[in-house]
Design a protein. Structure first.
Length: 111
């Protein structure tokens, strides 16, 4: 898995590429924890290049979402591939996160 960090008008964008599984979720967890500790409370995760997500990856997102909610922050997701979105649907996570079809749409809505 690869994580690329970008900034756009106070919003931190993370592009996650590859597989988000038991092993790689540790890396995303560290990245999100560091951003939250650095008071980066508005995050957008672009999953357009994510090929797979496991329950470990979902747990990392849930934990980060809870941390951000406690400080009035927000995490949004965008550009989920169909097979990744199905995992979110089955797990009930589509009701827990703001999910947008594209990065552009997400950035317009988040502002």
């Amino acid at each position: 898995m690869e994580i690329l960090q970008l900034n756009h008008d106070g919003i931190v964008i993370l592009e996650v590429k590859g597989r988000l599984d038991t092993f790689s979720s540790v890396e995303l967890d560290k990245k999100l924890s560091t951003l939250i500790q650095d008071q980066k409370y508005h995050l957008l995760i672009d999953f357009s290049q994510l090929d797979f997500i496991s329950s470990s990856g979902l747990r990392v997102l849930l934990a980060a979402g809870k941390q951000l909610k406690s400080v009035n922050g927000k995490i949004a997701l965008c550009a989920l591939q169909n097979h990744v979105k199905e995992v979110f649907d089955v797990a009930g996570f589509t009701m827990l996160f703001s999910i947008f079809p594209s990065r552009e749409t997400a950035l317009q809505e988040i502002k």
